[in-house]
Design a protein around this ligand. Structure first.
Ligand SMILES: [Zn+2]
Length: 414
């Protein structure tokens, strides 16, 4: 298949060599700005026997950015340790620190938190900086890359006064952003919104946010019991993973509260199974559950990709996966990459985007929950209602040129 072949050919060497660093302050500031600008989540500074290597992690992959002469190592590492308020002379033990970096973009200045950790190796201290950028503009349902059919379903569920809205997730599926965007959808002046999170990642204006503390027994279940006396309208229970939390969340959602939560399951049928396996009465699940959203993150195409002919084999994949929808979209969505691109460092991808499966639980689904949940039956009802599967959502996003087929194919069996 043409698309697959192209993707394996795309690894470029991009590392720059540096012999002498004149000004370490300037160099480090520049390094941080550059990493943030390129959308890196981590900066790795790695001492080798005869050199120092700097790599960025961007959208999950490591990119080699600099090879630096070994003579600069001590000063460079010292500079970062000063910024992170670490002990300069302690080189034999790992240390953790934090930097608040003022990132300038045009006229804007943004405080970016970075978590710094050092690790002693044979050739000196290795440093990893985790960049924790809080881009509040992303906490907007309209900007999260939902297809409009799915976005409309979600907005419909947000209008309910009571009920349970669950996001199912495997690790790293971007559930944090989605949940925050959902809460952000409500005007905090009109509603009493409370959350219990583990941990609090973004601070939301007008929302009573609280953080789990297992050491003092401040758990999801304890918190929910107390919270119900605080007259909330909207509740976010970060994670439903035990019977007591599940039971309380379901009960709260049946008594005029809109409850949001996440549950660890691989697909939406699994969400219902998990709730029932936690011994929550299936009739209660059937009447409380209003919406299930399943999400996975895939890489998003960079703007440097341009269209190309799609071969017959590839077309067949779309026809099989999408049926009638394929004909409606009249696609021209294969692509090639013509030249080196500085924005994505030749990887073709920039940022990530969610693939989604949204199901509103209506009477037909509730009936299924209260009688017998089999994956086949669910599939049948889902199809009859025209809801897109995660895989179909992905195929459409390939045709709309948001991601590519290789990113989506692993979700075919879901
Ligand atoms: Zn690009």
């Amino acid at each position: 298949m043409a698309i697959q072949k192209q993707e394996t050919e795309q690894k470029y060497s991009i590392a720059k060599e540096i012999k002498v660093i004149d000004d370490f302050r300037y160099f480090v500031d520049d390094l941080f700005s550059d990493a943030i600008k390129k959308g890196a989540s981590d900066i790795h500074i790695e001492p080798h026997k005869d050199k120092l290597i700097i790599r960025y992690r961007i959208d999950g992959d490591l990119y080699h950015i600099y090879t630096i002469d070994k003579s600069n190592q001590e000063n460079l590492i010292a500079r970062i340790k000063i910024l992170a308020r670490l002990k300069i002379d302690e080189k034999r033990l790992p240390q953790d620190g934090q930097i608040v970096f003022q990132y300038r973009e045009g006229m804007n200045i943004e405080d970016v938190d970075m978590r710094v950790s050092t690790f002693p190796t044979l050739y000196g201290e290795k440093i990893v900086l985790r960049i924790l950028r809080k881009d509040m503009s992303l906490l907007n349902l309209d900007k999260l890359g939902f297809l409009s059919v799915n976005l409309n379903l979600i907005k419909k569920a947000m209008k309910f006064k009571e009920g349970l809205v669950l996001v199912s997730w495997p690790t790293g599926s971007g559930k944090t952003t989605t949940l925050y965007a959902m809460l952000n959808y409500f005007n905090p002046m009109e509603y009493n919104i409370s959350t219990l999170e583990d941990p609090v990642e973004y601070k939301l204006e007008g929302v009573a946010q609280s953080q789990v503390n297992h050491e003092i027994g401040y758990t999801f279940a304890n918190w929910l019991k107390t919270l119900l006396r605080q007259d909330p309208d909207i509740i976010l229970v970060w994670e439903i993973r035990d019977y007591e939390t599940a039971k309380l969340a379901v009960e709260a959602s049946l008594t005029w509260h809109l409850v949001f939560g996440t549950i660890h399951a691989n697909q939406w049928v699994g969400v219902v199974e998990r709730l029932i396996n936690m011994w929550v009465d299936k009739y209660l699940v059937a009447s409380s559950l209003k919406m299930i959203l399943a999400q996975r993150l895939v890489k998003k195409l960079c703007s440097c990709a341009v269209p190309a002919e799609m071969d017959a084999e590839t077309q067949q994949i779309f026809k099989e996966g999408l049926g009638d929808i394929y004909e409606e979209l009249k696609p021209n969505a294969s692509f090639k990459v013509p030249k080196w691109c500085d924005k994505c460092l030749g990887s073709w991808f920039k940022w990530r985007v969610g693939l989604h499966e949204v199901v509103l639980i209506d009477q037909d689904f509730s009936k299924l929950i209260s009688t017998q949940v089999t994956a086949d039956k669910w599939e049948e009802v889902r199809k009859s209602k025209g809801y897109l599967s995660l895989y179909q959502d992905g195929l459409i996003k390939v045709l709309l040129w948001i991601t590519n087929l290789q990113q989506v194919l692993p979700y075919k069996s879901l």
